[in-house]
Structures are given as C-alpha cells and as structure tokens.
Design a protein around this ligand. Structure first.
Ligand SMILES: C[S@@+](CC[C@H](N)C(=O)[O-])C[C@H]1O[C@@H](n2cnc3c(N)ncnc32)[C@H](O)[C@@H]1O
Length: 272
C-alpha cells in the first residue's frame, strides 16, 4: 500500500468524535476555513461556475459541499483514497441533504472513471504526491486528467510551496522539527512534524505525530512525501500533456505567483 493510503486511512474516523455535537463543531470549523479561503477565489475567478467537476483527493468533501451551496457546480464527484474520510463525507452528505455531490473511495492512479468533467480540481498539496507514489506519477496523473476532461476543460492544481519548511530544514542541516496547535474544536491538539529535505531530488518528507485533546493518544508516525518542483517545470509538464496555462496565482488571494509565494495555483485548459 502507498504512503497516501497509510497516512490518511483513519483520518476523521467516526471514533474520533464522542458525540454528534463534537462532529458538528468540527464540520463548522471545516466550512469556516473553506469560506475564508477557497470559496472567495472560486467566486471571483469562476463566477459562472465550474460545471461538472471532479475533485481528486477530496478528503471530507468540504470544498464540494461549499461549492454546491454557492451554486458554483452542476455536479461534484469527490475521489478520496481514505475509507474513513470518504465515510465522513458520506455521513455529512446525508445531513446536508446534498443532491449533486457524490463520493467515491479509491486511488486516482488505479481507479477507472467513466464520466467526463468540465473541471478537475486537485488542491491542498496533493499533486506533488504523485511522483512519490510511482515513477513519473505526475505525468501519469496529467495524462489521466487530460482524458477525463471535456474539450476545453479546466484543471486547477494547488499546493503550498513549503518554502519556509525547506529553508528551515536547510538551515538545520537538512532536517527540522516544527509544531503547531490545532483550533479548539479539533479533536487533536498538537501537530508535531519533522521535515527532511533532499535538495538533489527536490523531495520533502514530513513525519508527523498528532496528540489528542481529550485522550492520552498520539496518532503517528504518519509519512507524507512531496516532489517539490519549480513553477517552470510544472508548466512544462502541463504543456507537454496537452494543456495551455491560463494563469498561475500565488495563492487563493489570486495575486500573480512570485518567486517568494508560499502557495501556487495553476489554472490550465485542455487544448489537445
Ligand atoms: C491534504 S488532504 C486535502 C483534502 C481536500 N482536498 C481538502 O482540501 O479538504 C489530501 C487528500 O488527498 C487524498 N489522496 C492522496 N493521494 C490520493 C490518491 N492517489 N487518490 C485519491 N486520493 C488521494 C488523501 O487521502 C487526503 O485526504
């Protein structure tokens, strides 16, 4: 099994929540985040909506439910490798009485999807996983995305650039330990991460432990790996795989990307 499956397999499992109230508070936190970050971007840049969409690595489907609520999609399909996250998304779907979002559990690199889409989203730092999941994984990902898009379909890729983590790791000889505290309504309290940077291969590995708020429980270690490419090399791969670059933003603020941006968002159109 690949690290994406191992890392996320129990995330948002129902057993992390003692009661419905806790789950509701957690859902509010998720929605709060989408309305602050992703939704203003989609409203500003895609006011006419995104049509029939697929989100690859949709997690709990928070973005899809918010887009549905804002009438920015016709239908939304969420593809998620983690069974517990997909289950969380389906329980939420029932409570929201969502009609136009469906959730599928599977690995994008191996699943067979028959439908075609107007827009494909791959957000929150997942697209740099694919090279680490299999050799030339990002190219394979782009080829498959291209086949799943309707003519002139749009692909939106977003990731943080990890510039600060990489700089800190370099400062401390290749590895750095960082921590952060989650918001109060999160069942977990502290996030402890070791970032290791392989400069030659441009590979970043995060080894994470999360400590629970109410229970003496530490979740971890979980491993994530990203192939952090420069803007140019991502653009070249998009072009090689039949896309035209429409815009590169430096984050959801939709300012143009700069060398010191902490995030990048590529908007590309299928032209071949
Ligand atoms: C950082 S989370 C973001 C989730 C969602 N996009 C959001 O913003 O709430 C990345 C998700 O991608 C999923 N994922 C990683 N590799 C995947 C793959 N090969 N196929 C499907 N899902 C994948 C993970 O399980 C995880 O839930």
């Amino acid at each position: 099994m690949n690290f994406a499956y191992e890392t996320y397999k129990n995330v948002e499992s129902s057993k992390n929540f003692s009661n419905k109230k806790e789950m509701q508070e957690y859902r509010s936190l998720l929605m709060d985040r989408v309305y602050k970050k992703e939704i203003p971007f989609f409203k500003k840049k895609f006011p006419k909506g995104l049509g029939e969409i697929l989100e690859i690595g949709s997690g709990n489907s928070r973005i899809l439910y918010a887009l549905e609520k804002e009438n920015l999609i016709t239908t939304g399909t969420g593809l998620e490798i983690s069974p517990s996250r997909s289950e969380f998304a389906n329980i939420w779907k029932k409570d929201l009485k969502s009609k136009n979002v469906k959730n599928i559990c599977g690995d994008f690199l191996s699943i067979n999807i028959k439908e075609k889409f107007d827009t494909i989203l791959c957000l929150t730092s997942i697209f740099p996983f694919f090279d680490m999941l299999q050799k030339n994984g990002f190219n394979t990902f782009l080829k498959k995305v291209n086949q799943l898009l309707n003519p002139n379909g749009i692909l939106i890729l977003e990731s943080v650039t990890f510039k600060q983590e990489i700089t800190s790791a370099i400062t401390f000889g290749g590895k750095v330990n960082l921590w952060a505290e989650f918001k109060k309504s999160d069942p977990f309290q502290f996030n402890l991460v070791e970032y290791a940077w392989d400069k030659k291969k441009r590979e970043l590995t995060a080894t994470t432990y999360n400590t629970m708020r109410q229970k003496l429980y530490i979740d971890g270690p979980t491993i994530k790996k990203w192939h952090m490419e420069e803007r140019k090399s991502i653009e070249q791969k998009l072009i090689k795989n039949g896309f035209k670059i429409e815009a590169v933003y430096g984050g959801y603020s939709s300012n143009p990307y700069k060398d010191n941006s902490l995030e990048y968002i590529f908007v590309a159109k299928k032209i071949k």
